[in-house]
Design a protein around this ligand. Structure first.
Ligand code: MG
Length: 417
């Protein structure tokens, strides 16, 4: 580790002088200095500011939907670039992990760890954040907070090179991907059928229903899936997301019962920690088994991949960033399984997801959250949503989205500075 690894900057903003960068009056580097820097003659750019913003709708309902609030992380560089990222976890917890002051060399808030660093060095910064948060991190929400930062750094990287992130990841394989409408079950089979009809009429050829009341009883579970199939008709792809409700034996029984409804996959039948159960189930299930949305980071995915426990690995960019999602992609493709995004939050993560999905060896489906929440649809000026069941891959630099500042002002409840 070099000097920057051991010298933690404890102030909120590291002075530009300390970074060895001369400024040009208005706080911007001159074109000449930038050109020189890019030739490797000077430090090019540095992370100067990391701001968390928590947005929340007024009336939050008790339901399994993370599109009712959001934490966005905005990273600014000393040469005027801004990248945005998002973590899908409890916004206040993520903010605390980023805002926390230095406490210990391996217990330090993420802002302190990355201030003054070069924003393009994403792999090194990922490893640095991992090491410097060991006493409270290594898993779960700390990795999600790191992912928001990583997403913002890749946005900066794209803007710096004037290229879309999919190109920096190695190149998109497609210009568009078939999307599935992702929505919650109705209260019973009848209501679920009505929901299904709505999204097929909206142009989707694949729909996923999830979570409650699945897991209530065998009768209720089968009624929900029967209703879903009735609503979609015989041709559309039906995906079922159980929401971690059964043990492996019950899940196998349900998989066999659901087979008659021709489901594309059975998602999260087991609790996320039950890797043995997933390996056992996948060996016996007549329908493909999908999971992975709870996993944060490459180490979290490792037992599932090593055991070949799943047919479809669902990776959430707001819990894995681009850095670890790329690593996970390579490992899953190595063992011959499929990949899909998980995404149930704002257009920032949707944009990140479509960049990543477009680079997969087999970009067969894209999860498109269709929750009716302003945070899902209005946070960015660009609408990141499928049209006629297909989502286009953006080609603008970085993530390709711009924040609607008026929207942020309206829904902002907390901000770090
Ligand atoms: Mg799910």
């Amino acid at each position: 580790m070099g000097g920057t690894e051991t010298n933690c900057w404890v102030g909120k903003t590291q002075p530009t002088k300390a970074l060895g960068i001369a400024r040009n009056g208005a706080g911007k580097l001159s074109e000449e200095m930038l050109a020189s820097a890019r030739k490797g003659n000077k430090p090019t750019m540095r992370i100067e500011e990391v701001v968390c913003q928590i947005l929340r709708i007024t009336k939050v309902e008790a339901k399994t939907a993370s599109s009712q609030d959001a934490i966005i992380v905005r990273i600014r560089t000393d040469n005027g670039l801004e990248g945005v990222g998002e973590a899908d976890a409890s916004p206040e917890v993520v903010k605390a992990i980023i805002d926390a002051p230095f406490s210990h060399n391996v217990a330090c808030g993420l802002r302190q760890i990355i201030l003054g660093e070069h924003p393009l060095e994403t792999e090194r910064l990922w490893q640095k954040m991992l090491r410097r948060t060991m006493y409270f991190g290594r898993t779960s929400v700390t990795i999600a907070a790191m992912s928001a930062i990583d997403m913002a750094l890749w946005d900066i990287k794209g803007k710096h090179f004037g290229e879309p992130i999919h190109r920096l990841l190695g190149g998109k394989r497609v210009d568009s991907v078939q999307a599935y409408a992702s929505i919650l079950f109705g209260r019973d089979g009848k209501e679920t059928a009505e929901i299904g009809r709505r999204w097929v009429e909206a142009g989707y050829r694949a729909v996923k229903f999830g979570w409650e009341p699945m897991g209530t009883s065998e009768k209720v579970d089968i009624d929900l899936v029967r209703g879903a199939r009735e609503g979609l008709g015989p041709d559309a792809t039906l995906l079922i997301d159980a929401g971690c409700v059964w043990d492996a034996r019950t899940a196998l029984k349900r998989a066999r019962a659901f087979e008659q409804f021709n489901i594309g996959w059975l998602e999260e039948p087991l609790r996320p920690e039950d890797v043995d159960g997933y390996a056992w189930l996948r060996d016996r299930s007549p329908v493909p088994i999908a999971a992975g949305e709870e996993e944060c980071g490459r180490e979290s995915f490792r037992p599932l991949i090593d055991r070949h426990a799943l047919d479809v690995y669902q990776v959430d960019l707001s819990r894995n960033g681009f850095t670890d999602s790329s690593y996970i992609k390579s490992r899953v493709e190595e063992v011959g399984a499929k990949l899909c995004n998980h995404c149930y939050t704002s257009p920032i993560t949707h944009a990140a997801s479509i960049h990543w999905v477009s680079t997969l060896r087999e970009p067969f489906l894209f999860e498109d959250c269709v929750e009716d929440s302003p945070l899902r649809h209005e946070l960015t000026h660009e609408k990141v949503q499928a049209e006629n069941g297909v989502i286009k891959v953006p080609d603008r630099p970085g993530l390709g989205v711009t924040i609607n500042e008026d929207f942020v002002k309206r829904y902002l409840i907390s901000e770090s500075r």
